[in-house]
Design a protein around this ligand. Structure first.
Ligand code: TYD
Length: 140
């Protein structure tokens, strides 16, 4: 069941989890368990406790963040409101629509942030300036 976290469509997603005496397995299919076709996968890890990742938005990119190991906090902002989500479960994902400012911090030891993205890497799609993000979020 999807739980909205911001008015811009960002939401928490529950993924399938198959558990038996051998352990657990979660699977994700593009356009089925995440709301887009997956074009790129990357993961962030070995993040020191006091470091922040992200601090940007995208003009046109959907992403899903998953704590496949450990936990971290994601502060998200759609230009109108801001909230913080703790990701700590491999069977839960945080779906972020493009124009969402995100800051990931408080990574635990051995935390791995898996990211599924709707498109290939494109530096021109990044919005690094917070005032520019706010301006864009007012017109889109
Ligand atoms: P960036 O997205 O800024 O990471 P974060 O927001 O977590 O701090 O990316 C860091 C660097 O990695 C930057 O130089 C761009 C590069 N990069 C790629 O080359 N391909 C990718 O798919 C991603 C996500 C980043």
């Amino acid at each position: 069941m999807a739980e909205p976290v911001l008015d811009n469509g960002s939401q928490l997603l529950d993924f399938p989890k198959l558990t038996d005496e051998r352990g657990s397995l979660t699977f994700l299919e593009g356009s089925e368990h995440v709301p887009f076709d997956i074009r790129r996968v990357y993961y962030i890890y070995d993040v020191p406790k006091n470091q922040t990742r992200g601090e940007h938005a995208h003009e046109d990119l959907d992403q899903v963040l998953v704590a496949v190991s450990g936990q971290f906090k994601v502060e998200i902002d759609d230009g109108r409101s801001r909230t913080t989500v703790t990701l700590d479960s491999p069977d839960e994902g945080l779906y972020l629509t493009g124009l969402t400012w995100r800051e990931m911090r408080a990574f635990s030891e051995h935390a791995v942030c898996l990211v599924l993205a709707s498109d290939y890497y494109d530096e021109d799609d990044y919005v690094h300036n917070y005032e520019e993000f706010q301006r864009l979020s007012r017109v889109k």
